[in-house]
Design a protein around this ligand. Structure first.
Ligand code: MLT
Length: 283
């Protein structure tokens, strides 16, 4: 299927779903453009955003992927965008269970699931807890390992900074760290403008990431087709992590994108979309 012209891109339908415990999960749905035959037997693609973004992270990418003929669903993880954070501390595996309940409500027994960085941590938790729901897995600039002590300490410092000073310092630091060294200032600003502003949501996610388990031993049991993708200049989850993921997954394809740091959908969008289109066309 050829690439769509930018003017033909569909706009998302903004949706909100009540989870079984009454919390709200907000999400965008991108449908294939009118006139394109939907590939009915292919399950939808679900894309999980990184930290500290929300579902709008995918708004440049999702339309081109919907042009493949299957819907693309982009939820806000709990505490981000319009999705409610639970009263008690939320774990990444509980976020995965929220997604399973949301997909139950939508009537989607299986999905192709992609997650970037934190989204990838949640996707791996989903793969462990709901393996029969998975048709394909896309692990994007992410890792299976747990946080080493230095990263746990850095998360504690970020939580303290958020509580004391709000989101400004975290946003500024992340805008520097997430993009490749040579990224233009305009791109850093665009990324910063999309960052989540809810302090409780950000604190909840940092706490959940700090507590996540090492899922390395589970990788050989994930037998669906997998795409492992990383920016060649990713300083947060460096290419070595992606090589390790791809080596441990039985059916993985690896893509390393030159010129991109930790956020290839924003940094090298054409190469990112091409890698996903190539992978999804075959599964
Ligand atoms: C992300 O991009 O989701 C985060 O930087 C991941 C992390 O802090 O481990």
């Amino acid at each position: 299927m050829g690439a769509m012209s930018p003017t033909a891109h569909p706009t998302p339908r903004a949706c909100a779903t009540a989870l079984p415990d009454g919390r709200c999960l907000t999400w965008d749905r991108y449908d294939p453009p009118a006139g394109l035959t939907t590939v009915a037997e292919r399950p939808p693609l679900v894309l999980l955003h990184p930290f500290p973004f929300s579902r709008t992270f995918w708004s440049d990418t999702a339309p081109a992927l919907a042009a493949l003929g299957r819907p693309v669903l982009c939820p806000d993880l709990p505490g981000f965008g319009g999705s409610t954070l639970p009263a008690a501390a939320h774990a990444l595996h509980a976020m995965a269970d929220d997604l399973a309940a949301w997909l139950d409500g939508l009537g989607h027994p299986r999905v192709a699931l992609g997650g970037l960085s934190m989204g990838g941590y949640v996707a791996l938790a989903f793969a462990a807890r709901h393996p029969a729901r998975l048709a394909a897995l896309l692990l994007l600039d992410t890792r299976a390992a747990a946080d080493p002590p230095a990263v746990r300490a850095a998360r504690d410092a970020a939580i303290a900074s958020l509580r004391a000073d709000g989101t400004g310092p975290l946003h500024a630091a992340m805008a520097e760290r997430l993009l490749a060294a040579g990224a233009p200032a305009s791109l850093r600003e665009r990324a910063r403008m999309r960052m989540e502003t809810s302090v409780p949501g950000l604190v909840g996610a940092l706490t959940a990431m700090r507590e996540r388990p090492d899922r390395t031993a589970e990788l050989p049991g994930i037998t669906v087709p997998a795409l492992v993708l990383v920016g060649a200049e990713d300083a947060v989850t460096p290419p070595a992590e992606a090589h390790a993921l791809a080596a441990a997954l039985p059916r993985a394809r690896l893509a390393v994108l030159p010129g991109a740091g930790h956020l290839p959908p924003l940094e090298t969008p054409a190469a990112f979309q091409a890698a996903l289109v190539g992978f999804l066309a075959g599964c």
